[in-house]
Design a protein around this ligand. Structure first.
Ligand code: UD1
Ligand code: CA
Length: 493
């Protein structure tokens, strides 16, 4: 493919209502793989290094514009430098965020009318690529090939053959020369045209100066009373400008979302592809159909993932990690050989301090909850119904049952008993708990922060600890046990 030495401007149509979603949320803000549809399209534009991106908004314009102005801030944060053992290329590319501007289309009189609104933003010297905000999975390479097909001076249409073309614009060709003559919308098509299997994807590339002259000639004399973008084909043909169809095989890349069923279908198809890509790298999935990656999942060698796990944000699983069934994991780094047992929820935050770190050889769960800022060292054990938040636990520390560790620093080999909690919050402020190395906290203890338990110390079960304890001592803070002989229980009179 020859590189075009031409500036490229992208127009994304996102003004339609999306009536068939039956939702208050504008269609382009619905999510696929955890990311709004329009963000997928913006990612593609960014990967193409578009000179600028003009988004046409209309229905719920404020909501759509305000979400887009967050782009790419809410993209997954790159944390790979902290984890040198994972190759850098496993990370998604971080192209420069595109220069995005908005134009309003009020009212929405059709796709041609939508692109007309963008005209003042489109310099004559560029190639314009028109995308739809509801077609999320087009790959940048496909668009590069489309642009190459246009050679900078032709109208290039992205098309594909569909077994069931219902609803799509049909590509009408000259029977002798096979040259593209028109796109005919479903509602305007004759029975013969209806039978055509080649359809228009909704994506085109056209030289800006020519596109503008064609847009100026659009009318709405058709079955839907709309200004069709697809009618530019007719005017290109009339002007003697060649119209080329770049046909692809991969229907997922041009699948548009019109209703929840299509959204779910595309989600599954996309997830299956992500699963297949992981398996190609050697990741062992119990069932590729029961995996959801809503962000970036980076895996080392010999990683095993059981059924029904959901990964979001950036998650790194180092060599030999095993993830049990039904785990929900976001923004986390799991060290070599760690095992996460079923039904564990790891919910790291996007900022580095909120990421969750699980050390090498750690054992987590089942039914564990690791919240933002849980930093667990090597061989830490976290058992069932244990919650850890904003705390570090050094190598070999254990909290095996029913416990809360919040705003705490635990040294190495601490044993944190069942039912014990750090009382880190007094209703107004949060305070730190420090538990030094080799401490043994009995069951059902309340450690009222701020507090330090000195190294090697022991806290007797059932204690409420309010004062710092010295290293090596046993501390018990509970009512003394008394036994009263000959005690008679009260009787009903
Ligand atoms: C369009 C094409 C059809 C193609 C199909 C592929 C036209 C006339 N038809 O049909 O040939 O096969 O896409 O998916 O272009 N939009 C606006 N303003 C409007 C109308 C639509 O911004 O006034 C936006 C929508 O939000 C959407 C996109 O344009 O993102 C496509 O509109 P839609 O109504 O879905 O077009 P289709 O009927 O699917
Ligand atoms: Ca559509």
């Amino acid at each position: 493919m020859s590189e075009l030495n031409l500036a490229m401007d992208v127009v994304i149509m996102a003004a339609g209502k999306g009536t068939r979603m039956i939702s208050k949320l504008p269609k382009v803000l619905h999510r696929l793989a955890g990311k709004s549809l329009i963000f997928h399209v913006l990612d593609t534009a960014a990967a193409l290094s578009a000179r600028q991106v003009v988004v046409v908004t209309g229905h719920a314009a404020e909501a759509v514009e305000s979400d887009i102005s967050q782009y790419p801030l809410c993209q997954t944060s790159p944390l790979s430098s902290a984890h040198p053992s994972i190759p850098a290329q496993a990370k998604t590319a971080d192209p420069a965020p595109p220069n995005v501007s908005f134009v309003r289309q009020e009212p929405q009189l059709g796709t041609g009318h939508a692109v007309q609104q963008a005209v003042p933003h489109l310099p004559d010297d560029g190639l314009v690529v028109v995308l739809s905000g509801d077609v999320p999975l087009t790959q940048a390479n496909t668009l590069r090939a489309l642009m190459a097909a246009s050679q900078g001076d032709k109208l290039a249409l992205l098309t594909l053959k569909m077994p069931d073309p219902t609803g799509y614009g049909r590509i009408v060709r000259n029977p002798t020369t096979q040259a593209v003559q028109a796109i005919v919308e479903q509602k305007d098509a004759t029975p013969e045209q209806m039978a055509i299997g080649e359809v228009y994807s909704g994506i085109m590339a056209a030289p800006a100066a020519l596109l503008k002259t064609w847009l100026a000639r659009l009318d709405n004399r058709n079955a839907q009373g709309e200004f069709y973008l697809t009618d530019v084909v007719k005017w290109a043909v009339a002007d003697g400008v060649p119209v080329v169809a770049h046909q692809i095989q991969d229907a997922l890349q041009v699948a548009g979302i019109n209703n929840p069923a299509q959204l779910a279908e595309l989600e599954r198809a996309h997830q299956l592809r992500l699963a297949q890509a992981l398996m190609l790298q050697g990741v062992r999935l119990a069932d590729p159909a029961r995996l959801d990656v809503r962000g970036e999942l980076v895996c080392g060698q010999d990683v095993e993932i059981d059924i029904n796990c959901v990964f979001s944000g950036r998650v790194v699983l180092e060599d030999g990690v095993r993830i049990g069934a039904h785990c929900v994991i976001s923004q986390a780094h799991v060290g070599k050989g760690a095992v996460v047992h079923p039904f564990t929820h790891i919910e790291g935050g996007a900022s580095p301090k909120d990421q969750v770190d699980v050390g090498e050889g750690a054992l987590i769960g089942p039914f564990a909850r690791l919240r933002p800022g849980a930093q667990l060292g090597a061989e830490v054990h976290i058992g069932n119904f244990v919650e850890v938040k904003n705390s570090t636990m050094a190598k070999g520390s254990k909290a095996n049952h029913l416990a809360y560790v919040g705003d705490a620093q635990l040294g190495e080999r601490v044993n944190y008993g069942a039912g014990s909690i750090t009382a880190n919050y007094n209703g107004a402020h949060k305070h730190q708990t420090v538990i030094e190395a080799d401490v043994h906290i009995g069951s059902n203890c309340v450690l009222i922060a701020p507090i330090t338990i000195g190294a090697g110390g022991t806290v007797g079960g059932g204690s409420t600890i309010t004062k710092d304890t010295a290293p090596g001592v046993l501390t018990v803070a509970r009512a003394k046990q008394v036994s009263l002989p000959n005690w008679k229980r009260p009787q009903k009179s």
